[in-house]
Design a binder for this molecule. Structure first.
Ligand code: FAD
Length: 459
């Protein structure tokens, strides 16, 4: 019970504008005190700050992660906000260099204006900073790509002594730098590879979950981007499969001022499932219809195929305080895992108010990516907070049980979401764990960028 309270803390729902404490985005963890925060205006100021500060330094992006990664251990430590280091620095025909504090929203908008896109598909929201997204392996879906960090071709950092360093894909530590949980240095600039922007049509359907074990592979092999939401109680799956739009679809989209264009009439086949799921949600979170959590589920109703760019299709989530656990399982074992979840579900009927999210990616070159070295299926589980900042005990039990089950199967958790570190044998599941530790010992020998959480993790 105590562990749940630690892992899934209650939200602080009072306004924090005048609070002396610094909270993470969900307001379920404090990171330190406001007087610890520094926001340097430019890179040389940041370098001087790092060189002149004898104590520890923790970086914050948009603070969307659970608190542990960014929690300071004492009042002399600095909480570094690099939000002022934002925007485009330079570009070539097939790369764009952004300051690392740039919000993803701005990255995507800039690329769209240039007629470009990242090869990596976006996650569901774009509030993250580029540095924060890379540091935790933020990803979308599609076997032809992996995470946003995988699109980096050059990363500039400030090291623990205040010096600058740059790492390209040939550097022996590049795989460590790409996704480093803020433990190797401060990302200041990232050069991302880009592609010409394309228009996609996302075909949406509702199917029974009887063949999910095999259909998941078909969807992912036949479409560049596919995502599924599985309602095990209802034996139903809502599926999105996006492929390049036909010339006629693309033309209609252009004539629509490049706004997302519905290609079909609303399909009601998910509506009954959605209504039953909303009853669970209403019982659990006691919030009113029309609140954000309700909207996230209600959007499965009356669905239609849509044409748009990759950001319009996939990056349209409603940012809602939640506990989100996402575990990567090698894609070759995803069918077996789905079977296990079905058996477990039938035996226990755990309480859920949001479907299981299935997103598959190709292999990542980042040593600590859950998709390192192998195509991976991410199983995502969400429990929303109630309006009073609490979580339903049934929801918490469901999350704890399902995480234990997937961890027991050798799953690797998403670093920017919630997980119980005690469930994982890191050295067994990450072949480059020791190599990452060696890079860390060389780049940050005094542990300037460590906190209690990362020290416990890496030793
Ligand atoms: C509503 C919601 C939706 C989400 N959707 C998705 C999704 O679709 N896909 C997905 O994969 N994830 C998703 N996430 C997880 C999210 O992408 C990660 O938590 C991400 O790290 C958040 O970015 P941030 O800028 O808020 O980083 P923060 O949470 O502020 O920081 C994360 C880590 O980055 C480090 N860091 C920050 N800046 C720097 C820097 N300049 N140099 C070095 N290290 C730095 C921090 O020290 C910390 O370790 C979601 C989270 C929420 C709350």
């Amino acid at each position: 019970m105590e562990k749940s309270a630690d892992m899934f803390p209650q939200r602080h729902i009072q306004p924090v504008a005048d609070d002396e404490r610094v909270w993470n985005w969900a307001q379920n963890a404090t990171l330190g005190a406001r007087r610890q925060v520094r926001r340097p205006a430019e890179r040389t100021q940041l370098q001087a700050l790092v060189a002149g500060h004898p104590g520890k330094i923790t970086m914050m992006g948009s603070r969307l992660s659970p608190g542990e990664l960014m929690r300071t251990d004492g009042p002399d430590e600095l909480l570094l906000d690099i939000g002022a280091l934002s925007g485009v620095i330079t570009s070539t025909a097939d790369t764009v260099t952004f300051a690392a504090g740039t919000p993803l929203q701005q990255v995507y908008q800039t690329l769209t204006e240039m007629g470009r896109m990242l090869p990596a598909s976006p996650g569901v929201i774009a509030l993250q900073t580029l540095a924060g997204a890379m540091a935790t392996g933020t990803h979308g879906q599609g076997l032809g790509q992996s995470s946003i960090a995988d699109e980096a071709v050059l990363i500039r950092m400030i090291l623990a002594d205040g010096s600058t360093a740059e790492f390209d894909r040939h550097h022996p530590w590049f795989g460590a730098i790409q996704l480093a949980l803020g433990t190797l240095g401060i990302l200041t600039e990232v050069t991302l590879r880009t592609l010409p922007a394309r228009i996609f049509t996302c075909v949406k359907s509702a199917v029974k979950d009887t063949d999910l074990e095999s259909s998941l592979y078909d969807w992912n092999e036949n479409f560049p981007f596919s995502k599924a939401w599985w309602f095990p109680e209802e034996h139903q799956v809502h599926v999105w499969c996006a492929g390049e739009a036909t010339p006629a679809e693309a033309e209609r989209y252009r004539l629509n001022n490049r706004q997302p264009l519905s290609q079909s009439a609303g399909d009601k086949s998910m509506n009954a499932t959605v209504d039953r799921t909303l009853v669970h949600m209403q019982n659990d979170i006691r919030s009113a219809k029309g609140d954000k959590p309700f909207k996230t589920v209600e959007r499965f109703k009356d669905f239609s195929d849509v044409t748009g760019d990759i950001y319009q299709l996939f990056c349209r989530g409603i940012a809602t305080p939640q506990i989100n656990i996402e575990i990567g399982i090698p894609l070759r074992r995803a069918g077996e895992m789905i079977r296990k979840i079905k058996t477990w579900y039938a035996a226990t009927h755990p309480h859920m108010h949001y479907p299981i999210i299935l997103r598959c990616t190709g292999p990542s070159s980042a040593w600590l990516s859950p998709a390192y070295g192998e195509a991976t299926c991410f199983f995502g589980f969400v429990v929303y907070y109630g309006a009073d900042g609490t979580l339903s005990p049934e929801g918490v039990r469901f999350l704890a049980d399902v995480e234990a089950m997937l961890a027991g199967e050798g799953g690797r958790p998403h670093w920017g979401k919630y997980f119980d570190p005690d469930l994982y044998h890191w050295r067994d599941i990450y072949p480059q764990w020791q190599a990452f530790g060696d890079a860390r010992a060389a780049l940050d020998p005094t542990g300037k960028f460590a906190n209690a959480f990362t020290t416990a993790l890496f030793g």
